[in-house]
Design a binder for this molecule. Structure first.
Ligand SMILES: C[S@@+](CC[C@H](N)C(=O)[O-])C[C@H]1O[C@@H](n2cnc3c(N)ncnc32)[C@H](O)[C@@H]1O
Length: 259
């Protein structure tokens, strides 16, 4: 099977984890963009409860922790990411109120209406945008916020190569107006929507990925699966360079309203 046809879902999880552990973030984003999204959210206090779902090693969580006082729980599927997350929280001196836990976003360990804010950068796709919106809503207080970044189409039509890639990787990718409509339908008031700038991909994701890739390939020299995975990641970088006019990440900030 050529790399063009293989998706990330077909690789061993520990390989994927090892590859991305060497990066500050595991998806496109930046501290500036995290803070921009945060600027649309009001009423947070030291008593606020925040969850960062699919937090990875906590790149964006540590940015949040520096700017808000509440208690933050980072949740991720990969124990190795959570180890790094908790180490980062200690380094920052916020371990008393910022904790990483291993868990799955389709079975959250929170009480109904416990949370003031659900954050999730580049991760809701793991259960799907619509399902995540629907299932996570009950954990939010009325008036609480959801801030998620998600892949979006920028145009109604697009070249076949990039369409095929996304249909294999994540067919739920959609246009921004459709995604806003899904938010509204799921019981949220859309508060702000903005597209992540290209530097969130180039400087904060693809460049560190190239460095991480070198470390990864040295470690797994001769390992066919590792080489194939690395090649898929390079292919994804190349697709972004070629087709960035047609897709990217969008930040959606929304408020839970009574239905
Ligand atoms: C693209 S990364 C984004 C990580 C981080 N939010 C960032 O932007 O740097 C997606 C994250 O979702 C996590 N993940 C995948 N499936 C998950 C699940 N079912 N529950 C929780 N986390 C999951 C992965 O381990 C990974 O850390």
């Amino acid at each position: 099977m050529s790399n063009e046809n293989k998706t990330i879902h077909e690789f061993d999880l520990s390989l994927i984890c090892d590859y991305f552990s060497n990066m500050e973030r595991q998806g496109p984003g930046s501290p500036e963009v995290t803070l921009k999204a945060l600027s649309f959210i009001d009423n947070l206090t030291e008593h606020s409860r925040i969850a960062d779902l699919g937090c990875g090693t906590g790149g964006q969580t540590m940015t949040l922790a520096k700017h808000i006082q509440g208690k933050i729980t980072g949740l991720d599927f990969f124990p190795d990411f959570i180890k790094i997350f908790n180490h980062n929280a200690e380094q920052l001196g916020v371990q008393d109120r910022v904790k990483g836990i291993v868990g799955s976003m389709d079975n959250l360990p929170f009480q109904d209406e416990e949370l003031d804010l659900i954050w999730s950068e580049g991760a809701i796709y793991n259960i799907g945008f619509e399902r995540g919106l629907k299932e996570w809503r009950k954990y939010l207080k009325t008036g609480g916020y959801l801030a998620v970044s998600e892949s979006s189409w920028f145009t109604d039509e697009r070249p076949a190569e990039i369409n095929k890639f996304w249909m294999n990787a994540y067919p739920e990718i959609d246009t921004i107006p459709n995604q806003v409509a899904k938010l509204q339908k799921a019981g949220y008031l859309p508060v702000a929507t903005f597209i992540l700038p290209e530097t969130c991909w180039t400087d904060h994701y693809i460049a560190p990925k190239v460095t991480a890739q070198q470390l990864f390939l040295n470690k797994y020299a001769g390992n066919k699966a590792a080489e194939e995975f690395a090649a898929l990641e390079l292919y994804e970088n190349e697709l972004y360079r070629k087709y960035k006019a047609f897709y990217g990440y969008t930040f959606f900030i929304a408020k839970k309203i009574e239905l």
